[in-house]
Design a protein around this ligand. Structure first.
Ligand code: CUK
Ligand code: CUA
Ligand code: CA
Length: 637
């Protein structure tokens, strides 16, 4: 029995959806079940089959010989774990994790003063929901400067420096709830970081209009990618899901699944068509220059009205609760996945000038094609050879299709645009091919980020990993070659050539990452390279020490119970890879101190007595001995 017959039998009530031949719009009820939104019966649909085709021989090897380096860096979002993971591709060895919106027990991200300065007020949040990592551009190619990523949970956007693989800026977007889609201006340069506000809210959201959802609005935001300040916002109708920008720097487009402005699930599925909202960046900038904007509440950010009928946007109707929006690497199309429609809508970017000039009879005239691909299309990626690859969530497949043939078919020619459908395991969300968010797409490897792994790995209890599958797309045929289990929950990835990234191996002493701490030391008259000193300032105590494997510059210091203690450690080692750590037992603090780095952490001294501190990064044969005592004396009464 095939996988599909299995599903069919197990699951009579969803027969309609399980039938792969059905290619019309889905009825609302069937769709909810198929997407698993209702749980129980709905999820049964995903339980067919037992993973045949575990691996096929590809044209290229995933094997990277011992001691050799990978060809690509892959940056995976960490979803609601709030971090980014770095993989080597094609080996899929996890090389590094970059804590961003989460707190990290190992590096002290979220605990150290350096990370708190970057996180600002929001360091009090220990969670984040990191969906969309994207690398900065110059002229449509990745330039290796920065990675930007959104936090859906707390409406933040962060920037990661790709010389040190650590965040250096984080901003909370005003006037919105949930940054979902995030993309970058591709040309001439990043430029703007565009952020979709997902959930409509009253404006300002100060307790007014809570019972009047028709008065809720959300905003599309541009952050200046250099200063990391919010440049402007555009108020829109409906909501915003995913987005992408074009290769000229002129336009961006965002999908909207809730043109209904509903507050319930069934309400969001009422219309057969929602929108792709197209933004005219020049016109928005002009409106800001002309002072043609308002502000909302306490925020000083210029807000331009981009609701239907405005000059700066166009609302192109497309089916139905659309999700992914991916610019084709030839720069021709925004391809928007229908999700509840088996189609994707290809927006022809060359027609957008006419759309905004009012030269088209109908907004839908910018649709170059609307090919039917399969059930539950979510995201599309490219190989640079004219083919697109779209994930089909409900069908558990990736479909490879020919873009120009889809256009010819739409124009009436009898030509088949579907090239291949490949089963993936199971229920894919994003997919991504090597370099496929730039004009340098090389068509080598494709990843399918599957939301369910089911039976693919050793069982680990009720919570399963996700499964990121690797597919060789270098030949005519897609070939599945590798499974990678991932922890909750990568949504998206960006993969670039290794020569596009230039890292620093040893910190520079004048790095801005810890410049504030260096300044504090200077004000205390401390030379961080040589001094080991305790400075008392009322009930605030600053403890400065060096570290050289295997010893701290201070092996004891005294404070009083209840003091606010700041420990500043400067690593004097200049040998690559000799990182130290600093951890005080029973005080909930630890941090990384890599070669030539200064790190600091502030905590309250506990009860009187001896409290050992130690190095928690294995640095030397005598690493265990790298420790000291914090003597806590009774507080003055
Ligand atoms: S979204 Cu998760 S699968 Cu946040 Cu990019 Cu489509
Ligand atoms: Cu220093 Cu371990
Ligand atoms: Ca809708």
């Amino acid at each position: 029995m095939t996988r599909r017959e299995n599903e069919h039998n197990d699951n009579n009530q969803h027969e309609e959806v399980a039938n792969p031949g059905r290619r019309s719009f889905l009825g609302a009820t069937a769709t909810v079940g198929a997407l698993g939104v209702t749980g129980g019966t709905g999820t049964a649909l995903m339980m067919g089959g037992s993973g045949e085709a575990r691996a096929a021989e590809g044209n290229q090897s995933t094997h990277v010989p011992l001691g050799q380096l990978d060809d690509y860096y892959g940056f995976w979002s960490g979803g609601h774990s709030g971090e980014v993971r770095v993989f080597g591709v094609p080996s899929m060895r996890e090389i590094m994790r970059i804590p961003i919106f989460n707190h990290c027990s190992a590096t002290g991200w979220g605990m150290t003063n350096e990370s708190k300065r970057i996180m600002g007020d929001t360091h009090r949040f220990t969670n984040g929901d990191a969906h969309h990592p994207h690398l900065s551009y110059t002229d449509g190619s990745h330039d290796g400067r920065y990675l930007y990523i959104n936090d859906k949970a707390n409406s933040r956007v962060a920037r990661v420096r790709l010389d040190i693989f650590k965040p250096d800026a984080m901003v909370t977007i005003p006037n919105i709830q949930a940054v979902h889609g995030l993309r970058l201006q591709k040309a001439p340069k990043t430029g703007y970081v565009f952020a979709n506000g997902e959930f409509p809210i009253p404006q300002p959201n100060d307790g007014r209009d809570m019972d009047s959802p028709d008065k809720y609005w959300t905003l599309w935001t541009a952050v200046d990618g250099e200063s990391m300040e919010v440049a402007w916002q555009v108020m829109v109708d409906g909501n915003l899901d995913n987005m992408d920008a074009d290769y000229t720097g002129k336009y961006a487009a965002a999908t909207c699944y809730n043109s209904e402005k509903a507050t319930t699930l069934s309400g969001t599925m009422k219309s057969e068509r929602d929108w792709v909202v197209v933004f005219n960046i020049e016109r928005i900038e002009q409106a800001v220059k002309n002072g043609d904007y308002t502000t909302i509440g306490d925020s000083e950010v210029p807000v331009i009205d981009g609701r239907k009928g405005s000059d700066v946007t166009r609302y192109v109707p497309i089916p139905k609760n659309p999700h992914g929006c991916n610019t084709s690497t030839d720069g021709k199309y925004f391809i928007c996945a229908g999700k509840l429609s088996p189609t994707v809508s290809m927006v022809e970017i060359a027609k957008l000038d006419d759309l905004f000039a009012g030269n088209l009879e109908n907004e839908r005239d910018v649709i170059a094609a609307e090919p039917e691909l399969g059930l539950g299309p979510l995201h599309t990626t490219y190989d640079g050879r004219g083919n697109a690859y779209t994930t089909l969530f409900i069908d558990s497949q990736i479909v490879k299709w020919d873009m120009e043939k889809a256009v010819r078919n739409y124009n009436g020619e009898d030509v088949n645009y579907i090239i291949q459908k490949l089963d993936v395991h199971y229920q894919p969300g994003h997919n991504h091919a090597t370099l496929a968010e730039s004009k340098d797409a090389d068509g080598k490897w494709l990843f399918s980020l599957n939301k369910f792994s089911k039976d693919r790995f050793l069982p680990v209890g009720p919570l399963h990993p996700e499964n990121d599958q690797m597919i060789d797309i270098s030949g005519e045929e897609m070939k599945l070659v590798h499974d990678t289990p991932t922890f909750a929950e990568p949504h998206d990835t960006v993969i670039v050539s290794r020569d596009m990234i230039n890292t620093t191996k040893i910190w520079k002493r004048d790095d801005p990452f810890f410049a504030e701490t260096v300044k504090m030391a200077e004000e205390d008259g401390i030379n961080l390279e040589t001094d080991n000193k305790v400075i008392r300032d009322g009930n605030k105590v600053r403890v400065y020490m060096t570290s050289v494997a295997p010893r701290f510059g201070l092996t004891e210091f005294s404070v009083k119970s209840g003091d606010e203690v700041t420990v500043v450690v400067t690593n004097q080692d200049t040998v690559e890879d000799v990182s130290h750590g600093f951890c005080v037992i029973g005080h909930g603090v630890s941090m990384e101190v890599s070669p030539q780095q200064t790190s600091s952490v502030t905590f309250t001294a506990g009860s009187p007595g001896v409290h050992w501190y130690y190095c928690n990064w294995f640095c030397h044969a005598l690493h265990m001995e790298m420790s000291g005592r914090m003597m806590v004396e009774p507080a003055d009464s």
